[in-house]
Ligand binder design. Structure first.
Ligand code: FAD
Length: 377
């Protein structure tokens, strides 16, 4: 297809930057408008790139760069709050045998790789800029950016996260909903001896986890059932987190807590979900990543789905003869997989909040999800 006017991507998160890279590799011009002035420091500490996310990065030549700064793993330890080992669980290698089952990575480290590769390939990043409005025409879309620039593109992609303003323009009726859980996350030095993710179940909170993200850093998180609005003073968070986890006597949790001090940056946010029904586009505007589908992080697949979306959208644009055909081809490959992740994650989260399911039911649904995610996308 002739995409000579190029693509405007709104949002320089994981999905938007990955799309910019994937498009440039197809020879398609990509501009990225990011509302923040700087995205190099990412809130939320770290995340797990599951095998399918690594395989998706592999399709655009980035998996080795990711693995150089990540902590690969094949297992996770499930423990009681006192540290007693319940299970040493092998994680399914969803990206195939060529990739580790999972890799813990710092969000800032991952972003630095994406930004430098996107710029190296010639994508233009406009920082501190957003999309003001657009006119969708027969053969182009004319956009006005918040810096006053007016430009024609072939299409606009909203990769602007769960509170997407682009989604608000094309699907104003669809809003995220809260799931009744809060997450607390903080980066801590990596405890000697923690080689894998350590998840604690059966205590006061849904899950208390520690995930290594670099050679010497980990991230500690807890998920608690809570529906109230959170109005906590930042300076109080380290003390509150220590108090909340006092009954978790597991040595890895207590070691992590011993490093919390007044300088610790703790992120507390409610878990929410949104799922746009089976067509994520109107005219020449499409949304991807968390803007289109976001669930709680139980399956650790949110970023993975955004990366897959980006790779598939770039392939669809390169392989079809019109924007509409490309969007149809994209949806045919993305809808059932991404909606399955959201629906199963929400189900797992609701079971946990309501204490409704047996460990066997939880294990079965996780297993089924991973089987599907192991299939090519
Ligand atoms: C607690 C927690 C743990 C998680 N753990 C994992 C995990 O282990 N593995 C995993 O795969 N996923 C995980 N996720 C999910 C993952 O973080 C998200 O799915 C992923 O970050 C979504 O990327 P995105 O680029 O689509 O959106 P975002 O990361 O939200 O990026 C959107 C970007 O758009 C910008 N933006 C917003 N509005 C505008 C605007 N109007 N104009 C221009 N720019 C705008 C934002 O500043 C941001 O840079 C987790 C999520 C949470 C909450």
């Amino acid at each position: 297809m002739d995409i000579s006017r190029g693509v405007l991507i709104v949002g320089a998160g994981i999905s938007g930057l990955t799309l910019a890279i994937a498009l440039r590799l197809q020879g398609i011009a990509a501009d990225v408008a990011e509302i923040k002035a700087d995205v190099s420091e990412q809130l939320g500490v770290g995340l797990s790139l599951q095998g399918n996310a690594l395989a998706a990065f592999g399709k655009i030549g980035l998996s080795q760069a990711m693995l150089r700064v990540a902590v690969p793993g094949r297992y996770l330890n499930m423990r009681k709050p006192d540290g007693t080992l319940l299970a040493h669980h092998a994680i399914k290698p969803m990206g195939g045998a060529g990739y580790p089952s999972t890799a813990g990575i710092s969000r800032s480290g991952l972003h630095q790789i994406l930004i430098s590769r996107a710029v190296e390939l010639g994508a233009h990043l406009y920082m501190g800029v957003t999309l003001d409005h657009y006119t969708d025409q027969a053969d182009r879309i004319t956009v006005t950016l918040s810096n006053g620039a007016v430009k024609d593109y072939d299409l606009v992609v909203g990769a602007d996260g769960i509170y997407s303003q682009v989604r608000g323009k094309i699907f104003p009726e669809i809003k995220p909903r809260r799931l009744g859980q809060l997450t607390w996350r903080v980066e801590v030095p990596r405890c000697l001896g923690t080689f894998t993710s350590e998840l604690h179940f059966g205590g006061e909170f849904g899950v208390v986890g520690i995930c290594p993200i670099t050679e010497d850093r980990s991230y500690l998180y807890l998920i608690e059932a809570k529906t109230d609005d959170i109005r906590l003073a930042e300076s109080e968070l380290p003390r509150l987190m220590r108090e909340k986890l006092a009954s978790y006597t597991s040595s890895v949790v207590q070691d992590a807590l011993s490093h919390l001090d007044a300088c610790s940056v703790i992120t507390v946010r409610p878990l929410e979900t949104v799922l746009v029904p089976d067509r994520w586009y109107r005219g020449r505007v499409i949304i991807i990543g968390d803007a289109a589908h976001s669930g709680p992080p139980v399956l650790a697949q949110g970023a993975a789905m955004g990366v897959e979306d980006a790779v598939v959208l770039a392939e669809s644009l390169a392989q079809t003869s019109s924007v509409n055909d490309a969007f149809e081809a994209f949806m045919a490959r993305r809808w059932s997989r991404a909606s399955m992740v959201v629906n199963n994650s929400v189900q797992l989260c609701e079971w946990e909040v309501r204490h409704e399911a047996t460990p066997q039911q939880v294990g079965q649904l996780m297993h089924e999800s991973q089987e599907i995610l192991s299939q090519p996308f």
